[in-house]
Design a protein around this ligand. Structure first.
Ligand code: ADP
Ligand code: MG
Length: 715
């Protein structure tokens, strides 16, 4: 058998075949290193035993008791639930079991038992539904701290845990160790192997915590130092192409051409946009490579700043690239660029994976000959076949930031007469990230913030609707459509039996609960049956559709032929249709607040009054509170902070769409101060520039690549 290493594919591991490997890939697990760093998102603690009176609504508890009322059928149907009551010295609790008729004969009144489950409140009474129950009160096998992993269908936590055990036994001697000894000592950190053993196979919650602590430090170091090292930006001497000379300024640009662009704009830039644009211009005058982040909430107007920056580069006779995360967005940017730069004499091209081969060839030639200066596309632009003749600026949506490997081809080391020159780099993000965090995640970048939205925008009215049958939903929808406005309906799944969950769901291990979620297809059927889609052109849109098909749907929506789009979260990023005024999100408790905020940002983009309906039948108090939050705040920063208060280490950033990779051990909010300690300690060692330093650098580089750099979202 060939040796398994950290970077081996998981399908080489005993027990994981092609099929399971595909399922694991859905969770972002492709290599052995991915697998062992896939941490439980919570633990189910079967070790700490409570009394019944301590049991509280929503809590997962274990207790010992005695059967007070023997199991009996709750009805006459063959699938009626089985009920029983268990008590201890402090109280009694009703247990209900679905699909477990065999229990009826297993427990008698007075039998001693061990119970583990989630306490819920039903009709004012505490109960447990489908708990674990066993007669063997001394069974050590079940009294464990059990890791619970985020899953996709066809996998369970036990399987993942078992595979991790096998994997760890094979790579135990080659785990990367990149925490400086001083920090290990100061923070009393365990060894690398122990850290994995403790988080995946803890004997106690304290032990799990101990393991997690070391891994949190590792993650923060990779994020805070790894990015910098691997993008080569730590080299302060790196030279960049000077796009604009300081003395001449923009004087080289023919006045008319620039004036034309500004008049195409049709509005005045906001103060924040002006400032961001100015900052970019200053960078373009410098011979140090720009490495700038433009941060602004959805709809704040980042795209305009990007396009104007590209225009300057183009007008100075050089090339600028704009990388979009999806072809829908690339096309939209292209259309915007065409409008904005109309009459300026700049040549704009659009290149995507699905672009026809003959057309691609022509575009490649235009790029190689410097004929095309404004180059827009998806990561097809990163293909080896494309040779840029005079590339000076690369702008990317943050999604691409951690796809370093692909992107660095464009960014680094462009040769010119003077030797090695680096391209200027601009990244746009809508992730509302507080300053302390930005210092870690974007440690290597300067930032421009667009805080205020363009004037005249109306706030999107947001309502939490607690029943999917509420008549209001369709009333609001139909009224808007009748006024000639357009709308989106978002559902968490594509079809009811579709295994693949739509793009960004919070996949929790809901015990024994089969929740029927609204799907794109069932919604399409409902709209058909009600006659609505006959009156108003309605189209479905989801991630696994063909790219060309997606584009066609988006185009017909933008041209107002399609009035209503029924979609998964694929529309989350960036789609801009000012005539869309209604956003209806079904089963909205399934999405992170940041996703909901992004979705809501798809409406309210013009001057018309817009509304967002969050439809959810959730009983969870926490979920309700979060949806209420959405109704009361329209500010991404504010929502991020409040979500943190509500949920503690939360999911706000835990979604793939945002540029920040999902952290598993560390929490970006609460661990920001740890991040500084960790990175300072590493930088201290690196500064010495000795053997220890170069070894550390190498290990961090390797771990960074394994953990973050080679991951790029499939388009
Ligand atoms: P973002 O990319 O930040 O989400 P966009 O750049 O797509 O936002 O801008 C959202 C909408 O606002 C676009 O339709 C854009 O034309 C418009 N817009 C941008 N800047 C201004 C401005 N200064 N005044 C008026 N409208 C603007
Ligand atoms: Mg945008």
């Amino acid at each position: 058998m060939s040796a398994i290493t950290l970077s081996s594919n998981v399908n080489l591991l005993y027990g994981i075949g092609k099929e399971y490997a595909e399922k694991l890939a859905k969770l972002g697990i492709e290599t052995i290193y991915d697998l062992i760093t896939y941490l439980p998102f919570r633990y189910s603690d079967w070790t700490s035993v409570r009394t019944i009176s301590e049991a509280m609504d929503g809590n997962e508890v274990s207790f010992y008791g005695q059967v007070v009322k023997a199991p009996f059928r709750g009805g006459y149907k063959h699938n009626s639930p089985v009920n029983m009551t268990v008590g201890d010295t402090t109280g009694m609790l009703a247990l209900t079991f679905f699909n477990s008729p065999y229990l009826k004969d297993k427990f008698e009144r007075g039998t001693k038992c061990f119970v583990h489950g989630v306490v819920t409140c039903y009709n004012g009474k505490y109960q447990m539904v489908n708990p674990h129950i066993e007669k063997d009160v001394d069974n050590k096998e079940t009294r464990l701290v059990r890791p619970i992993y985020r899953l996709t269908s066809g996998l369970n936590s036990n399987m993942i845990n078992k595979w991790i055990k096998t994997a760890l036994s094979l790579v135990a001697n080659s785990l990367p160790d990149f925490i400086p000894p001083q920090l290990v000592k100061d923070e009393k950190l365990c060894s690398p192997l122990d850290s994995y053993m403790f988080v995946h196979f803890p004997k106690s919650m304290d032990q799990a915590q101990e393991g997690r602590k070391r891994l949190a430090f590792e993650e923060l170091i990779l994020l805070g130092v790894g990015m910098k090292l691997s993008s080569g930006n730590e080299n302060a001497n790196q030279k960049a192409i000077k796009v604009v000379s300081k003395d001449e300024g923009l004087s080289k640009i023919t006045h008319n051409r620039w004036e034309k662009i500004i008049s195409n704009l049709g509005f005045e830039l906001t103060d924040d946009q002006k400032k961001a644009f100015k900052e970019v211009q200053l960078n373009l005058m410098s011979d140090r490579p720009m490495n700038r982040l433009v941060q602004g909430d959805v709809g704040s107007g980042k795209t305009v700043v990007a396009l104007l920056s590209m225009a300057i580069v183009g007008l100075m006779g050089m090339q600028a690239v704009l990388l979009a995360p999806t072809s829908v967005l690339a096309k939209q940017h292209f259309d915007n660029a065409c409008k904005l730069l109309d009459g300026s004499g700049l040549n704009i091209v659009l290149l995507m994976g699905k672009t026809k081969a003959s057309e691609k060839k022509k575009i490649r030639q235009d790029i190689a000959s410097n004929k095309a200066s404004i180059i827009i596309g998806t990561h097809a632009l990163l293909s080896d076949e494309i040779e840029y003749s005079n590339l000076a600026l690369v702008i990317a949506d943050e999604q691409h930031r951690f796809g370093v490997k692909q992107r660095e081809k464009l960014l680094i080391n462009k040769s010119s007469q003077e030797g090695i020159n680096s391209v200027h780099n601009l990244i746009m993000t809508a992730t509302p990230i507080p300053r302390t965090l930005a210092m870690v995640v974007y440690a290597d970048m300067q930032t421009s913030v667009i805080r205020h939205k363009p004037k005249g925008r109306q706030e999107v009215e947001t309502c939490f609707i607690r029943s999917i049958d509420d008549k209001k939903i369709f009333e609001i929808l139909i009224n808007a459509l009748n006024r000639g406005e357009q709308a989106y309906i978002v559902c968490p799944r594509i079809s009811s039996n579709e295994e693949e969950l739509s793009d960004d769901r919070i996949v929790e291990n809901t015990q024994n609960e089969e929740i029927e979620m609204q799907s794109v297809q069932s919604m399409m059927k409902l709209l058909k049956d009600s006659g609505l889609s006959d009156r108003f052109e309605t189209r479905a849109l989801y991630g696994s559709m063909k790219e060309t098909e997606k584009l066609r749907v988006m185009e017909s929506f933008l041209s107002m032929d399609t009035k209503l789009i029924v979609s998964t979260t694929v529309i989350e990023v960036g789609v801009d249709n000012p005539n869309a005024t209604v956003m209806i999100i079904y089963d909205s408790e399934n999405f992170g607040l940041s996703t909901l905020h992004q979705l809501r940002g798809r409406v309210g983009r013009g001057d018309k009054k817009s509304i967002c309906l969050l439809v959810s039948q959730t009983k969870s108090q926490l979920a309700c509170q979060r949806l209420e939050l959405m109704c009361h705040s329209s500010d991404g920063f504010d929502l991020a902070n409040k979500d943190l208060e509500l949920r503690g280490p939360g999911d706000f950033f835990g979604t793939r769409q945002h540029g920040i990779p999902t952290l598993r051990a560390a929490n970006l909010f609460t661990d920001a101060s740890l991040a500084k300690i960790a990175c300072d300690s590493v930088n201290e060692v690196l500064k010495k520039d000795d053997e220890e330093a170069s070894k550390l650098k190498e290990t961090i580089n390797m771990a960074f690549k394994m953990r973050f750099a080679n991951k790029i979202n499939a388009l």
